[in-house]
Ligand binder design. Structure first.
Ligand code: MN
Ligand code: MN
Ligand code: ZN
Length: 285
């Protein structure tokens, strides 16, 4: 049955956070991802009590209760520069606070860029930041989802081992989960485009991180090739991945309960989301 497929797309919060839910419902989302604030600005208006109320009301109204947040692109917890790292730390805690207040339990983030300091230093820096962040937010019902990245520039997180290092070295391991982005994983060099490669990649993931760590999928096709280390999303089936990996994931019983979210380009009417979601439904047997 289509009805219990936990699929959806990233939705705009333009006009108010609560609008994202109505937009999602209008294209048939059963789950959505949002930025809780503008993704390319440091500053954010505080959420008012009314904003939070309207958000909760729309959750009820739409039945969309499985909601994921994504942090701002400016945040870099791996930065070797004290001022940027401190600013990132503070901004990230605010992101977590907004999730807590909106009742959002998953905050997806990109681990960070070492910007020349080297991968080992970068990973160590991120781990230190998370130990402080998780300590400061102890008891909050918000998990951090480290996203698998394409590995552009000095971006960390393009190897499963990077993510495992961070999780292994924080105190509150249970609060760190994974967001598996199909485009990024493929661009990073894991060939999930055919069945053998998909199985091999998932076996490797199981060994390094454990498949039960995957709390969200980002379902994006890739404009660029295997191992390109370039992050460019394409509509499902139209890129280098083709339809196969989406068929595998949609029919993999291990991931039935895991939200699957599109981050593909779209216009104001969101027709593209409807097409991609219809494809996912057709791929699910
Ligand atoms: Mn992302
Ligand atoms: Mn993503
Ligand atoms: Zn991406």
């Amino acid at each position: 049955m289509d009805d219990d497929l936990l699929i959806g797309a990233h939705m705009s919060i333009s006009g108010g956070v609560e609008k994202s839910l109505i937009r999602g419902e209008s294209v048939g989302c059963k789950t959505i991802q949002i930025f809780t604030k503008s993704s390319n600005q440091w500053k954010a208006k505080n959420l008012l009590k009314e904003d939070i109320e309207r958000f909760h009301n729309n959750k009820q109204k739409t039945g969309i209760t499985n909601i994921v947040a994504h942090d701002s692109y400016l945040i870099n917890l791996a930065s070797p520069k004290d001022d940027l790292r401190q600013k990132s730390f503070e901004a990230f805690v605010i992101e977590m606070e907004r999730c807590r207040d909106l009742g959002i339990k998953s905050l997806v983030m990109h681990p960070g860029s070492h910007t020349g300091a080297g991968e080992d230093n970068g990973l160590k820096t991120i781990t230190d930041q998370f130990n402080s962040i998780l300590n400061l937010t102890k008891g909050w019902d918000v998990n951090v989802l480290l996203e698998t990245t394409a590995g552009q520039g000095t971006n960390l997180g393009y190897k499963f081992e990077h993510l495992a290092y961070i999780i292994d070295n924080v105190d509150q391991k249970d609060r760190l989960k994974i967001c598996f982005d199909t485009c990024h994983v493929f661009a990073a060099g894991y060939d999930i485009s055919n069945e053998e490669g998909y199985n091999k990649t998932m076996d490797h993931f199981e060994k390094i991180l454990g498949l039960d760590k995957i709390s969200v999928f980002h379902l994006n096709d890739s404009k660029k090739g295997l191992g390109s280390r370039v992050d460019r999303h394409e509509h499902l089936g139209n890129g280098e991945l083709g339809e196969n990996p989406f068929r595998f994931i949609m029919n993999d019983a291990r991931f039935h309960q895991v939200p699957k979210i599109l981050e593909t380009p779209k216009g104001k009417e969101m027709e593209e989301d409807k097409v991609n979601l219809a494809l996912l439904r057709s791929l699910a047997k």
